[in-house]
Design a protein. Structure first.
Length: 313
């Protein structure tokens, strides 16, 4: 039985490391590794959640192309339900090329594709109303903004779902869409830079209170190597990140969301779920691509309990 419905951006990621320069003309440069994986704020969260043992379905779209077939195959290989992964007849699969530098920076190139034009149909509505968790990562979707996404979440909440929300990347319409979405969101989970940019402040608490006024019940701002800032209307805290050797941070935010949901699904309180999410992100950051070095729930639990935290955060 499905527990999590992940809605929104799904991409194919092509990741190479280390790439500190592009060879001139037709030159070739040897690098350590290249991986090809499903990703995206919805797709990455779905893949990691399934790896953590959460029965997960992805609601998005891919193209009628080789990239789309590969994404579907990889989802299914890891146990993600793809019955709501539509095939767009004319648009290609959304694809990103990421060039990971030796210092961890990751300039990237993105080709907009099918998932930006995903639609909400009757089957998706039915799934949202039967899921325990709905993760919404569709803000910016051409066919989702302006009311359809908010209506989907309103119905999910009415049916008893816990709703989490992440951002693809703030744009001109993001705040207007958040005004529609956040009244139906239990846990708003952007990264810190996005939260501060959208609210025009340098203070996390001020940013959180802005989102509370729009309807969010809690705010979890992912903060990279510093960990995460967690706020409710009455409290706030910073949970430091684990002390690790970072290889690739590409899908760390998506894996954090998945870890948080998996923790809640196992009965953790929200603060413990955030700690578990940090451990999941730490495992992903130590390898390449969406899954990194993540193996399973128990492995992430060991990291949460045994791996030291950064003291400088």
């Amino acid at each position: 039985m499905m527990r999590l419905l992940s809605v929104g951006l799904t991409t194919l990621d092509v990741i190479g490391r280390p790439i500190d320069r592009i060879p001139e003309r037709g030159g070739t440069q040897l690098i350590e590794s290249i991986v090809v994986v499903p990703a995206g704020t919805a797709g990455g969260t779905a893949l990691v959640a399934a790896k953590l043992g959460v029965a997960t379905a992805i609601a998005s779209a891919v193209g009628h192309d080789g990239a789309g077939r590969f994404v579907r195959q990889e989802f299914e290989r890891h146990g993600v339900d793809t019955s709501l992964l539509a095939v767009h007849p004319t648009r290609p699969t959304s694809t990103t090329i990421l060039t990971i530098r030796a210092d961890g920076e990751r300039p990237n190139f993105h080709a907009l594709g099918a998932s930006a034009f995903a639609v909400i149909d009757a089957a998706m509505k039915k799934a949202a109303q039967s899921a325990k968790f709905v993760h919404y990562a569709g803000i910016g979707g051409v066919r989702l903004d302006g009311g359809p996404g908010a209506a989907l979440l309103a119905d999910a909440k009415l049916a008893g779902a816990v709703v989490t929300c992440d951002l693809i990347g703030p744009g001109a319409r993001t705040m207007a869409e958040l005004e529609r979405i956040l009244p139906h969101v239990d846990h708003f989970m952007p990264n810190m830079d996005e939260a501060l940019f959208l609210t025009g402040t340098s203070d996390p608490r001020t940013a959180a209170e802005h989102f509370f006024r729009l309807g969010a019940k809690s705010c979890i701002f992912k903060w990279g190597g510093k960990g995460a800032y967690v706020a409710t209307k009455d409290n706030e805290t910073v949970l430091p990140a684990h002390r690790i050797d970072v290889v690739d941070t590409t899908s760390c935010g998506d894996s954090y969301c998945a870890g948080f949901i998996a923790g809640l699904d196992r009965g953790f309180d929200p603060m413990t779920a955030c700690r578990f999410a940090g451990a999941v992100a730490a495992l992903v950051a130590q390898g390449m691509g969406t899954l990194g070095k993540l193996e399973d729930f128990d492995g992430a639990l060991r990291v949460m309990n045994d791996t030291p935290l950064r003291q400088d955060a």
